[in-house]
Design a binder for this molecule. Structure first.
Ligand SMILES: [Ca+2]
Length: 69
């Protein structure tokens, strides 16, 4: 489990699971994740797909919630 977690974090220049890059994971990031929910049209341009599996789903939501705050 540590493997995919580290790879996911390594792709970000912001805080882990911080989609707005404002230094905090909050409702704005949650709304961005929900807006991107489902299959990624372009997996290379899918920042809410934290685990990199090509789909924004409950696993990515869990990662966001773990990094909340
Ligand atoms: Ca995913």
């Amino acid at each position: 489990m540590d493997g995919w977690w580290a790879i996911s974090i390594g792709t970000f220049t912001c805080a882990p699971a911080g989609l707005t890059c404002d230094g905090v994971v909050d409702t704005e990031d949650l709304f961005m994740l929900l807006a991107a929910w489902g299959e990624c049209a372009d997996p290379g341009e899918c920042p809410a797909d934290f685990d990199g599996n090509g789909v924004v789903d409950v696993d990515d939501l869990f990662i966001l919630l773990v990094n909340w705050g």
